[in-house]
Ligand binder design. Structure first.
Ligand code: AMP
Length: 121
């Protein structure tokens, strides 16, 4: 599947749609999720055009990958979950229910999050 330049995160990166920004640097943008699933729910996205985690980690340059990882850590500090703990989630493909085809990592926290998934296998 080719990268869709009209996906919603591409529009946010181009400034065509607003976001509630948390962090921005050369490699990443982070903003609050519009439909939070926890008291704190941030999204961290790379600035490059990558569909999902495999696309990003196989094709991005090393400095993009390092910068993205460090941006996630910066975000956890800015939203106040670095000390209490948090969960990182990246959905990939149909079984994960990935909705937006631009790689992103969810940062969830602000309360004890319980089991990783609602039900087992
Ligand atoms: P995923 O299912 O992993 O693709 O997650 C996509 C996430 O993007 C969902 O949690 C949505 O609530 C969130 N989302 C969709 N549109 C926006 C938007 N305009 N601003 C912030 N978050 C959004």
């Amino acid at each position: 599947m080719p990268y869709d330049n009209n996906n919603i995160f591409a529009k946010i990166l181009r400034g065509e749609i607003p976001c509630n920004k948390i962090h921005e640097d050369a490699h990443a943008l982070a903003f609050h999720d519009i439909n939070p699933q926890a008291p704190v729910h941030a999204l961290v996205i790379p600035k490059g055009k990558y569909l999902d985690a495999p696309d990003f980690y196989l094709n991005a340059a090393p400095d993009e990958i390092a910068g993205f990882g460090r941006a996630i850590v910066a975000v956890t500090q800015k939203i106040g979950v670095a000390e209490t703990g948090y969960r990182l989630i990246a959905n990939i493909g149909a079984h994960s229910h990935q909705e937006v085809p631009h790689y992103h990592v969810h940062v969830l926290g602000g309360r004890p999050l319980g089991a990783m998934l609602p039900a087992g296998p």
